[in-house]
Design a protein around this ligand. Structure first.
Ligand code: 2IP
Ligand code: CA
Length: 401
């Protein structure tokens, strides 16, 4: 078994448990939905609860990975900073303390003395979460801890998480919004090359039990390292490798012009949308959450996730990138694809997203933006044909009609 991958899975599952607890435990849910007016905001510590939940989940992942692999915690990176400054200028650091009681009292300070919420949250933070995954037991691969770093997105699609829509109906397997679009993303990359090598996507709200009305999660993992490519989706529920690998419902039966399916953001630029809808027709979908859109490709509901803007970040894409690689696909810089000739793509000089270098001249979170946008795919062969059509349509609109 790959110990590191198993630990990532446990960390993602604990994160998912905390995310579920914040919605399902009354003391926490009240805080989550509380829309405080400016003047009612906690005067002492200016942290809203959703930010606290995000930061805390990131700290839990960092803490748990560091406990198992001492030193790795220094290389766990994410969107959130765990340092807050209150109105008095005091710094407060949100972290996992050695005991549940200590974590509870730290959280109580942050949560304006709300003892019940602090206790519930601390319990979730310190609970023992173990996962069993038969398929993972079969993986035997060692990656030196000193060679890797980790990108974490503790709760991707925070907006859908707060909004909490529970009854959205999927279209061709895809949820355009709702709790299903929320994911916990943990991706591992190699420090020297920046290549993504291992990833876990945990979907805390995958299925709602119709009897208990409680949510159950689902996880996906993938590993692509030194020629080894293994993905949780390659295994059937019996733990035996499943060679079909396609678990989605997208049927490529029409070899005509709407052969491919894609998912994108509603924030996508108009010219890109126009070209995408010409190439994909009724197979163009919209969905919330960068991690969730990647999951739609991983699950084979669509062939591509295309996004031209610079508003996704390394923590949004690293985990999915490794899983896609393990399935024979990947994630490329879209602007570089559009600027290169299709021949280049064919020759294998594909501009894969890298995870170890900052955007020059950028500040804050933008240092880690996927500046040129992205295209996520499962099949190289399909990518070539799709990009060919997409580039033609962008350059010479309407010729495909
Ligand atoms: C967001 C989230 C958004 C996404 C954006 C991400 O991360 O995934 O949904 O925008 O790119 O950075 P869109 O849904 O339009 O693709 P977070 O929720 O963690 O801020
Ligand atoms: Ca995100």
């Amino acid at each position: 078994m790959s110990e590191i991958l198993h630990e990532l899975l446990c960390a993602s599952e604990k994160a998912a448990c905390i995310a579920r607890a914040c919605r399902q435990e009354e003391a926490l849910f009240q805080l989550l939905i509380e829309e405080k007016k400016e003047e009612e905001k906690n005067k002492k510590f200016l942290i809203d609860f959703k930010t606290l939940a995000d930061v805390l989940v990131q700290e839990v992942i960092k803490h748990d990975l560091g406990k198992k692999f001492p030193g790795l915690e220094k290389n766990v990176r994410g969107e959130e900073s765990n340092e807050f400054t209150n109105e008095l200028g005091e710094k407060i650091i949100v972290k996992v303390c050695p005991t549940e009681e200590e974590t509870a009292s730290l959280l109580q300070r942050v949560l304006d003395n709300n003892k019940a919420a602090a206790k519930t949250l601390a319990r979730a933070v310190h609970q023992e979460v173990t996962v069993t995954d038969e398929a993972l037991d079969a993986v035997n691969l060692h990656i030196p801890i000193d060679d890797i770093a980790v990108w974490v997105d503790p709760i991707d699609s925070t907006y859908q998480y707060i909004r909490g829509l529970e009854d959205i109906q999927p279209e061709k397997g895809i949820y355009s919004k709702g709790l299903q679009c929320v994911t916990v993303l943990i991706g591992v990359f190699l420090l020297d090359t920046g290549h993504s090598v291992m990833g876990v996507i945990n979907q805390p709200f995958a299925i709602k039990d119709p009897i208990t009305l409680r949510w159950e999660g689902q996880w996906y993992w993938g590993l692509s390292y030194m020629g080894n490519n293994i993905c949780s989706l390659q295994f059937s529920s019996t733990g035996i490798p499943d060679n079909k690998v396609s678990h989605g419902s997208h049927q490529r039966t029409d070899p005509g012009k709407h052969f491919y399916a894609a998912v994108t953001s509603s924030a996508e630029a108009k010219n890109i949308l126009r070209a995408l809808s010409t190439v994909c027709g009724e197979n163009l979908h919209f969905a919330a959450g960068a991690g969730y859109k990647c999951l739609c490709v991983i699950q084979d509901f669509v062939d591509f996730y295309v996004f031209s803007e610079d508003t996704t970040f390394k923590w949004d894409s690293c985990a999915a990138h490794a899983i896609l690689k393990s399935l024979g696909g990947g994630m490329l810089d879209l602007s570089e694809c559009l600027n290169s000739t299709n021949q280049n793509l064919k020759l294998g000089a594909r501009p894969h997203l890298l995870y170890n270098s900052e955007v020059q001249g950028a500040k804050g979170a933008d240092r880690w933006a996927n500046k040129g946008g992205l295209v996520a795919y499962r099949s190289e062969q399909h990518l070539e044909i799709f990009m060919d059509r997409f580039i033609k349509e962008l350059s010479f609109p309407n010729e495909l009609h």
